[in-house]
Design a protein around this ligand. Structure first.
Ligand SMILES: Cc1cc2nc3c(=O)[nH]c(=O)nc-3n(C[C@H](O)[C@H](O)[C@H](O)COP(=O)(O)O)c2cc1C
Length: 165
């Protein structure tokens, strides 16, 4: 089986997942990198960082070009710890995949965010120290700092084993 791993990143978290997928499926990977035309694979691992609660437009557009193939989605997002949030992200991603494809599933985990995000929260909370949403956002930022971690990569590996027989 020919496998392509196609992804977009802004900092590097999703690249860690892409490389872990490559490491585990090495012999069959014919391409790993940014979206590109003329990649002919049987199975496409498509990955993205999360922007405005979904994959980035370049990945959404690329998904629309794939027909009659197997597709598995992977990604990272800043807000973690909630399966239902991951599901919401994936539902939006899924809307770009047409029914001729066989969808094998998705893997999403938390990924650290740039320090500028926390700096913005800190500025905002100075003006509004009681703001509960901001307090949660700062806590979440700190929790995200270690991700993807070893445990995320182990879960990713388990997911791979479950979809590749
Ligand atoms: C401009 C910007 C917007 C973001 N928007 C979201 C978002 O809507 N939801 C979310 O969960 N994470 C959001 N994040 C966090 C990133 O998706 C997260 O840090 C991700 O792991 C980055 O992946 P990468 O390192 O592969 O680029 C945002 C980050 C940035 C920089």
């Amino acid at each position: 089986m020919k496998i392509a791993i196609i992804y977009k990143i802004v900092t590097g978290n999703t690249k860690l997942l892409a490389e872990e997928i490559q490491k585990n499926l090495n012999n069959e990977v014919i391409y790993i990198g940014a979206p590109q035309e003329d990649i002919d694979a049987d199975l496409y691992f498509i990955g993205s960082w999360t922007f405005k609660g979904e994959c980035v437009k370049e990945i959404a557009d690329y998904l629309k070009t794939i027909h009659n193939k197997k597709i598995a989605y992977f990604g990272t997002c800043g807000f973690g710890g909630s399966i239902s949030y991951y599901e919401t992200i994936f539902k939006r991603v899924e809307s770009n995949i047409d029914e001729s494809n066989e969808l094998l599933g998705y893997f999403i985990c938390q990924g650290k965010m740039p320090l500028t995000v926390k700096q913005k929260y800190i500025e905002m909370i100075k003006a509004n120290p009681e703001d509960k949403n901001l307090q949660v956002s700062i806590k979440n930022f700190d929790e995200a700092l270690n991700h993807p971690d070893e445990s995320d990569l182990r879960e990713l590996k388990k997911w791979l084993e479950s979809i590749i027989q």
